[in-house]
Design a protein around this ligand. Sequence first.
Ligand SMILES: NC(=O)c1ccc[n+]([C@@H]2O[C@H](COP(=O)([O-])OP(=O)(O)OC[C@H]3O[C@@H](n4cnc5c(N)ncnc54)[C@H](OP(=O)(O)O)[C@@H]3O)[C@@H](O)[C@H]2O)c1
Length: 355
Amino acid sequence: MAQARSSGKRGKLRVAVLGATGYTGVELLRLLTRHPRIRITVVSSQQFVGKRVGDVYPSLAERCDLLLEPIEIAKIVPRIDFAFAALPHETSIDIVAALIERGKRVVDLSADFRLHDPDIYAKWYRSHNAPHLLREAVYGLPEIHYRQIAKARLVANPGCYPTAAVLGLAPLFAERLVRGLALIDAKSGTTGAGRSSSVEMSFSEVNENFKAYNVGVHRHAPEIEQELGEVSRAPISVLFVPHLVPMNRGILSTMYVELEKSLGDDELSALYRNFYDRASFVRVLSPGFFPQTKDVRGSNECLIGFRWHASLDRLIVITAIDNLVKGAAGQAVQNMNLMYGWPEIEGLRGAALIP
Ligand SMILES: NC(=O)c1ccc[n+]([C@@H]2O[C@H](COP(=O)([O-])OP(=O)(O)OC[C@H]3O[C@@H](n4cnc5c(N)ncnc54)[C@H](OP(=O)(O)O)[C@@H]3O)[C@@H](O)[C@H]2O)c1
């Protein structure tokens, strides 16, 4: 397992949060300012350069007093050991590549290094500038790839929808129990789209509304297929339909699958509990109990509930995560912990907010 390579005050790891003013960046700051083994030394922004973190987010003023700076690799590199990149996809590639080239370890929260195949990346995004890193990057879903994450230089933090879907379906695909297509009906809060404004995301458009978008053509579908295909050791397909709901945080993912054989509640419980035996942040609910987004708001947990519908011969699996925590910043911190051989839950012990 990789050992901590840190320097600076009291031997703490010196960490950069690039894109610290975005929703996932500020969530990283919220979590990292209570992490005992790291010290944030660099925070970047594009539009708030020269301001302090507390000028943009007053709740953090006492915890992180750093000046927001532009991303200038030569100036940043001597002051950090490790970086989180919480930048828009396609912006991340060159910045992450430059940091890796200079010997830094990185967790990238964007989609830029999640897909292993450059052709698939090109189909859904654009031609990739650093395909060698696409092949090297480890997909940062700790419940499945923890061994590779521990040794990685570059971890591609999963998307929020893929986290909710893959955690819900992986135990079934690992046993090759799924027959045909898995249907994934996912609902997300508005922070999933980031902080930058657009008419579509304005209050009047989102409030009292509930809509599907990118129906059957969302960029997270190939990511889900890559990961579930790896787990099942065969190519698989999913039908993925995301929806936007008028809440700030949270993803509820409802998945419908046909199984190769019918399983009772006890067998399904045992299957899920065995698969997540060592997982610190996945909780399998008792049969007949189903998660809600408010059960995970502000926490790094993924809750899973299921029901076998005997007369229709279908299994329904429901997962809930906070898109900004287990779906982004919390999972990124979990990955950093694994990369440095620290307890996986360091900095992530907080329970969900109630109500
Ligand atoms: N939101 C989610 O739930 C979620 C979940 C999983 C993964 N992700 C991924 O995580 C990444 C960040 O998402 P987010 O929701 O935090 O986005 P966001 O709220 O839009 O924040 C983006 C951050 O990047 C900075 N930035 C934007 N363009 C830049 C550029 N050209 N050069 C340097 N910095 C730039 C912004 O600075 P300013 O504030 O100065 O504009 C801001 O700090 C994205 O790739 C997203 O797909 C998001």
